[in-house]
Design a protein around this ligand. Structure first.
Ligand SMILES: Cc1cc2nc3c(=O)[nH]c(=O)nc-3n(C[C@H](O)[C@H](O)[C@H](O)COP(=O)(O)OP(=O)(O)OC[C@H]3O[C@@H](n4cnc5c(N)ncnc54)[C@H](O)[C@@H]3O)c2cc1C
Length: 263
């Protein structure tokens, strides 16, 4: 297809980790220089019979790493993900050479608390933030995290959907500047689960209070399911958060028949 070679790398999948039949982490060697900032997304695609289909995927890896990492959910009747889920290590995908997105850490406003709220794969940019800050924190002489504190609330229907839970819990047990609460919305179907229950947006008010987060000192970041984003935005606005203190990254738009289901 004209233009594909200039704009895209043929990126190679180096590793694939499955959490369920519709949720996996792909680690991808972009195959050339790929610059990005924590919070940005890459555009991945596949070509079939001369038709190219591309979609945005938030990057979960840190810019310090050589490979790109993505946390991907299968959308059964989607145009790209059913084909993407057929791929394994060694296979290639198209990857636009330029990262995009403005869902970056707000380090300019003076608000030093960062409240990160996600559903399932929406945790990806937060993993990138925290991995990056954790690495900075461990390397001497880096100004991060400084006064910055990160508070992550991740919702899912089932506990196996958290993907990065172990890694995030490890950071939380080591770093005084990071807190992490995973919560499942279907506890009756998760009998082993002993953690928080309810949707992420249902717990937002509670944890804002527990963590002592105030609108004037906290930027909120909402990522993933558009319904969670809408509800969380409403809760935050009613609690005094101004528009510029709430950053959003919606992964898709809700078709009217699926309007119910944010974890
Ligand atoms: C900035 C940005 C970052 C993104 N990051 C990620 C990411 O890190 N991981 C990830 O898995 N996806 C991410 N997405 C979503 C991704 O771009 C695709 O939309 C998704 O993978 C579905 O692609 P598809 O071609 O298979 O389905 P499509 O053909 O695009 O969609 C088919 C239908 O399903 C709906 N739909 C799309 N995604 C979902 C979903 N997750 N749940 C329910 N319905 C859905 C669409 O609205 C559409 O009605 C991101 C989207 C954006 C805009």
């Amino acid at each position: 297809m004209a233009g594909a070679a200039e704009k895209h790398y043929r990126a190679r999948i180096v590793d694939r980790r499955d959490f369920s039949k519709d949720l996996c982490v792909l680690r991808v060697d972009p195959g050339g220089p790929f610059e990005y900032r924590a919070g940005q997304y890459a555009t991945l695609g596949l070509e079939h019979d001369g038709v190219r289909i591309e979609r945005a995927y938030s990057i979960a890896s840190s810019p310090y790493e050589d490979v790109l990492e993505f946390f991907v959910e299968l959308v059964p009747h989607g145009d790209l993900t059913p084909a993407l889920f057929q791929l394994n290590a060694g296979d290639t995908v198209l990857c636009r050479k330029i990262a995009k997105g403005r869902f970056l850490l707000d380090l300019r406003s003076g608000r030093t608390n960062h409240l990160l709220i996600s559903t399932v794969t929406g945790v990806a940019p937060f993993v990138s933030y925290v991995r990056t800050v954790y690495r900075d924190w461990k390397s001497r002489g880096n100004p991060m995290p400084g006064e910055n504190r990160f508070f992550c609330l991740q919702g899912a229907s089932y506990s196996f959907e958290f993907g990065y839970r172990e890694e995030l819990e490890r950071y939380a047990s080591d770093a005084p500047w990071f807190k992490y609460i995973p919560t499942v919305s279907r506890p009756r179907e998760n009998v082993e689960w002993t953690g928080e229950t309810g949707r992420a947006d249902d717990l937002l008010r509670k944890y804002a209070e527990v963590w002592g987060l105030r609108p004037d000192t906290t930027t909120a970041y909402l990522c993933g399911h558009p319904k969670m984003i809408e509800k969380s935005r409403g809760i935050l606005e009613r609690a005094g958060w101004k528009k510029d203190a709430v950053l959003e990254e919606a992964f898709f738009q809700v078709a009217s028949k699926q309007a119910g289901g944010a974890a």
